[in-house]
Design a protein around this ligand. Structure first.
Ligand code: SF4
Length: 172
């Protein structure tokens, strides 16, 4: 399909093979680039790099605290505001999209699988969204979003293509 006919879809940048992860690596997803790439024109986002965290960088974790969910780095450095502000700053770009594919388990990009930690360490509660993905969900509750790992399943993948196509036909 020609790029101009493909549907614009956001994606976590590391899934395209860019070395932007905290450890200097990437998470290239051939399901995204080769299978879904036939349908989608990707618009990449890396909230952690955009929020000023370098590459490589110490990992951050989501911590459930009495001040709500916080993204904390080494020594308790708090990146919550930076990640939420970045998500708020890209709403006009995301408004042009008809779907979003996100990297699972990430404290920024995870959609349903990101672990929560207690302030004393250890797991706290059920996994959920990272800060960037969760904020996008608040802004765009109807936008089709999926984690890349789940898109390895052919049924989930097919349904996602249908949802994105339907959203695109409805709103574009
Ligand atoms: S913030 Fe998101 S896009 Fe950036 S490296 Fe982490 S998972 Fe990938």
């Amino acid at each position: 399909m020609e790029t101009s006919l493909k549907i614009p879809v956001g994606i976590s940048l590391c899934l395209l093979g860019e070395r932007v992860r905290y450890d200097g690596g990437h998470k290239l997803s051939r399901v995204c680039t080769e299978l879904l790439g036939r349908h989608f024109d990707y618009r990449p986002f890396c909230p952690e790099v955009a929020a000023g965290l370098g590459v490589p960088r110490p990992p951050i974790h989501l911590v459930a605290s009495d001040r709500g969910l916080r993204a904390l780095g080494v020594g308790g450095r708090d990146f919550t505001r930076a990640l939420l502000d970045y998500a708020d700053s890209v709403t006009e770009q995301v408004r042009q999209l008809s779907g979003f594919i996100l990297m699972e388990r990430s404290p920024s990009c995870g959609l349903v699988s990101t672990p929560r930690h207690g302030s004393a360490g250890g797991a706290a509660g059920e996994p959920g969204a990272g800060l960037f993905a969760g904020r996008l969900r608040e802004h765009f509750p109807d936008l089709p979003m999926e984690e890349a790992g789940r898109l390895r399943d052919p049924d989930i993948r097919e349904r996602f293509i249908e949802r994105v196509s339907a959203y695109h036909s409805r709103f574009r």
